[in-house]
Design a protein around this ligand. Sequence first.
Ligand SMILES: [Zn+2]
Length: 231
Amino acid sequence: MSAISVERVLDVCGALLAADQQDMVWGHAGVRDPDGRGVWIKRSGVAFDELTAADVHLVGWDGTLVEGEGRPHIESFIHLEIMRVRPDVTTSIHSHPAAVNAFSALDEPLRAISHEGVLFVDPQIPRSPLSGDLIADSSRGAALAAALGQARACLMPRHGLVAVGADDAAATMTAVLLDRACALHLAARAAGDIRSYSDSEEIIAKTAHVWPKSQLDAGYDYLLRKAGRRA
Ligand SMILES: [Zn+2]
């Protein structure tokens, strides 16, 4: 039992809950096993606000249960196949935020109309070309990982998002900030044409000044406090 990995999954799920990124019992977070055996993921059938340590288990690279109890998420292959080809990723998140799906349905470029957006527009966040169906086997997982490439997140049209990071804070804040960036784009577009958004120069400056690692960590630490996972 990797107690640290289990606590990390509980942290990420708690932070996502605190950021209102829960979709009943769907959506999941994965943390790479430090011994290379697979990915620690919450089990199927429980919501973020119901989780205990017993609900987190280790899924091996072939998608079968290695440690713990319960049924693995059918979409565990999202985490497994991304981490197989992205050694830099230790944390991955798959969720279905309404704003992300609504934005993806527009099939237009995301505009950086706030701080959040600059992380996803230069280059534009990739979009999975897969159908909106579940990622229920290793070949669809590998195709999603290919669509993600080296990006921090990928839109999954008609389904949701995947967000990754070198640590829990980066992955979690990426998922949270992408949701907010999509919601803001939708709000502006619903009110009229989007005329003012960051250009390349402003994107580079704001990425460096607004989103250094210290600020991603600060946002994540706040979400952990809000979730009651930290004092
Ligand atoms: Zn899904």
